[in-house]
Ligand binder design. Sequence first.
Ligand SMILES: [Zn+2]
Length: 343
Amino acid sequence: MPLEAFIRRMPKVELHVHLEGSIRPQTLLTLAQRNNVAIPAHSVAELRDWYQFTDFAHFIEIYMAICNCLRTPDDFELIATEFLRGQAQQNIQYSEVIFTPYTHHEHVSMDEQLAAINRARAWAETNLGVRMALAPDISRQRRPIDHSLIVADWALANRDNGIIALGLGGPEIDNPPELFREAFDRIHAAGLPSLPHAGETVGPASIWGALNALHAVRIGHGVRCLEDPQLVAYLREKQIPLDVSPTSNVCLGVASSLAEHPLPQLIAEGLFVTINSDDPPMFGTTLTDEYLHIAQTFDFGLSLIKRLVVNGIRASLLPEDARRSLENQFQAQFTQLQNALKL
Ligand SMILES: [Zn+2]
């Protein structure tokens, strides 16, 4: 029980969470109604039923329907504000947040999206004391591929405006990393980090592609690296962080249950692992829940939980001095909390 209280109150960071996938159920219903967008759910309970995914393709179909409910800059400011309130409630003091700007650009320009999200970011920093940095991503199923260059150039142009990296999301099957080489070469040459999803619905080939063709500095998911011992050795040697999202993996069939999730094995292999919620309301979870579930399911103790939190700081894209100072602050807060809970 004291560990549960510790997890609820401990300071956290989150590196892999999607803004569109974090829209509160009630807010989604409001947005659909006020923008006259039909969705097949009219209550929070019906939304919960709608969020029962048969596979990754089904998940993407629902994800796109959710994205379609975002029609004005105010919508973006609202969902970002609510997202940051939720992070503050969980004591998530710093988040690196993914969103997919090109998906919405016909309704709200990418610049307007960013400006709206940045208004929420500034508000939350002042009023809630939580910080956020943005990692827009390229949608890998969209054709023609040229849009990836538009997003890459736009991300580069806005790197002093809250953007810290470029990601790649969407279905891995039939959309290998190599297709997006040019966009990622471009950001790499300019020094903007690359954060592709890989190794979730496709195995090691996708992770190798993310590393070799896209210059990945972290891998979104990456849990299927375990299928290739050479890849495991490479990831361990280079200490390339994996953004692991256990409940997401269960909901999308990457793991058959939480008990069967490879997290303990990834840690035992000496891999650099962080814990994340991915699309929390769509998977009925929160980052706090993720820590609670793994502590309980795998019997993880206090020191491992703290190590996973610190991994999040170390794997973040904060400048090195900021990482060090955040880690010092977290260690002091851990000690204070342990004393308070007599842990
Ligand atoms: Zn993701």
